[in-house]
Design a protein around this ligand. Sequence first.
Ligand code: GAF
Length: 380
Amino acid sequence: MAKDNALLAVFEEFFQHSPTIEVHAPGRVNLIGEHTDYNQGFVFPAAINFGTRIVGSPRDDRTISVVAVDYDYAQCEFSLDDIQHVDYPGWSNYVRGVCKELLQDYPNLQGANLVITGNVPQGAGLSSSASFEVAIASAFNQLYSLDLNGVNAALIGQRAENNFVGCSCGIMDQLISAMGKKDQAMLLDCRDLSRQYISLPDDFAIMIINSNVKRGLVDSEYNLRRQQCEGAANAMSVASLREADLTLLAANQANMSDEEFRRARHIITENARTEAMFAALKQNDIATVSKLMAQSHVSMRDDFEITVPPIDYLVEIIGEEIGSLGGVRMTGGGFGGCVVALLPKNLTEKVSKLVEAKYHAHTQLKQTIYICTAEQGAFV
Ligand code: GAF
């Protein structure tokens, strides 16, 4: 990510004046509660110290002019009166999508000059897109004093993703990017969007290990999981899987496919684990945290079928190393991406060395490790 002063200089070079606003929106790591958000369930993410930064100025016409520092300073322009999805440059669809959704609520929106940079690893399951969407919403909020709050901004970002970009994602990523708090994780109830925050233990680190598995077919597999969950909910005559429990599921097993059954079992058990993990962290009961994260991973691997062998391998070797002193599981939408470990700070070096020694030899891939901190969201 370009440094702030550098960003300023880029802006001045492209637009011949100084920016009037600067905003930042973080990516996120999810500690537990995977694919539960669009099933009206619980998620437990933290915003992280990687994000998207934008500097901008207002315009007196309806043109949006954007420079993407990380795409070789590519510049793209479009009019708020004619917002079309484009094949190229793909990144501009996030700007277009958010503008289109903003126009629903603010039809008289004016244009903007924007320079954007980010350092959330892309395609790693750390929400680079949500951070981009929330940063755009935040930029317009500041440029035109729009009275957006974090929840509205998150919903706008989610609608942009659902309606314009084409992924039927839930609300977790945008909401934590907008509403995360420093040094805290957030238990979000995706049914009513109520939030409870909890400080992470001082002597613990959030360690993220990027498997660097290239994620393929993510959107289509993601959308398919969502359909299967809806299929299972229909078979049980409930509005969402949040309303179901294991007894109802067993009673209706004959009404659904084996896949629908296992997808639903993951969601039902994952919701329970997510609430239990919040309670365990409150008690500083790390042995329980460890067990819940391990169970979550197995459920994602066997019932939801969203993990891949290199990720399973990372979870296995790290889990063996840290035992009940910490937890480890895949984080994010799946089909590649990252593993998250919540572990005592004094174990991070040992775990890094272990992964370095074993991961490449076993998978021919090279990991990237980030020791992260929980950070403040764009609207906090
Ligand atoms: C992706 C989605 F964008 C989120 O809404 C969530 O469903 C997550 O996958 C899985 O928990 O990040």
